[in-house]
Write a protein that binds this ligand. Sequence first.
Ligand code: PLP
Length: 420
Amino acid sequence: MTQPAFHRIDGVLHVENVSAVDLATQFGTPLYVYSRAALTAAWRAYAGACAGRRASVHVAVKANSNLAVLNLFARLGAGFDIVSGGELARVLAAGGKAENVVFSGVGKSAEEMRVALEAGVKCFNVESIPELDRLNAVAGEVGRKAPVSLRVNPDVDPKTHPYISTGLKANKFGVAFDDARAAYRAAAAMPNLAVVGIDCHIGSQITDIAPYLDAIDKLLELVVQIEADGTQIHHIDVGGGLGISYHDETPPDIGDFVRTVLDRIAERGHGQREVFFEPGRSLVGNAGVLLTRVEFLKPGAEKNFAIVDAAMNDLARPAMYNAYHAIEPVVERTDAPQVYDVVGPVCESGDWLGRARSLAIEPGDLLAIRSAGAYSFAMSSNYNTRPRAAEVMVDGARVHVARERETVAQLFAGERLLPD
Ligand SMILES: *Cc1c(COP(=O)(O)O)cnc(C)c1O
């Protein structure tokens, strides 16, 4: 029988067939652990719902850019959504093909454009008129036509955290809906650009399908206008942003989401167009955990603290977005739980991983921080000169070291003392 990716045997957390205690013992903590089965299942949910339709999936690299993770998706046939030249290099190193890459991002440099053009990316998702001008100039120098889509800001509210809403008028992203038709005319007139599509990306951790349907309706309205102006739109890229369950959220099922989006586009009479999805979080978020060890328990008058060996440099989401990650003991104890703030060793009051958590723990115990596959290692830093955690991928009973733990020496290897 196939086990769920994360499950308990006699009260001990396992990742597929491997005990989380063994993982922590062998590789140390803090440790990121990904389940290949969980990653594959999330991919198959998207790919299965796209099968037989004119639709394709571009994995948002920024959510988890580890080469082993990207390599797995490349083997499964994924395309990729990148936001930097660095991410393009990762995709190529991981076995992905440039022809399946869409290049998003609000501030692409001329050098990034040149490299991406020479590699032959599928599409540049352009976010402003000055960016169109720059891309047109670079494409002229390189002697290639740049395939472009404009990221349109449909001004819909995805009802998510303000830092991860991107489709409102007040956001820095995309071309304003009211300016989009003129921007397409400008793009069509540029000699080194080939308009191929339209895109949007309205936010992240979206748990309701309605804002997507609103955004799609607005995009389709524009597509009709753009084509009336004589420019063909081959594909519609609906972006990423589908949420996952961190706590008690109930996002739509991936397959239902994909089918609803495709059906809406077909019902509106645009079924002949190709549709792109750019999921990040919903592919990787719940396929990873962060293992950490309790260093000290520190009871206090107002609060009890559990000080653990992972910190905000390892997992920034709580400090940055006030995000909730479930935290569980790796080995269950039967003692009465106490309420703790789970915090790291970094010298910042914002260095917390979970607040007011009811846990039965002792110093030396292991904790698993759940839903740590997306925007977790990828956002980690070396603040406080803390080497970044190792990453491993479990595949059945096998464990693959996807990234070695950093050493302190690596952290300042590029630094130089002053001259005499
Ligand atoms: C971040 C991002 C995504 C992925 O978002 P998720 O919320 O992780 O699915 C997709 N497209 C673009 C343009 C992005 O910036």
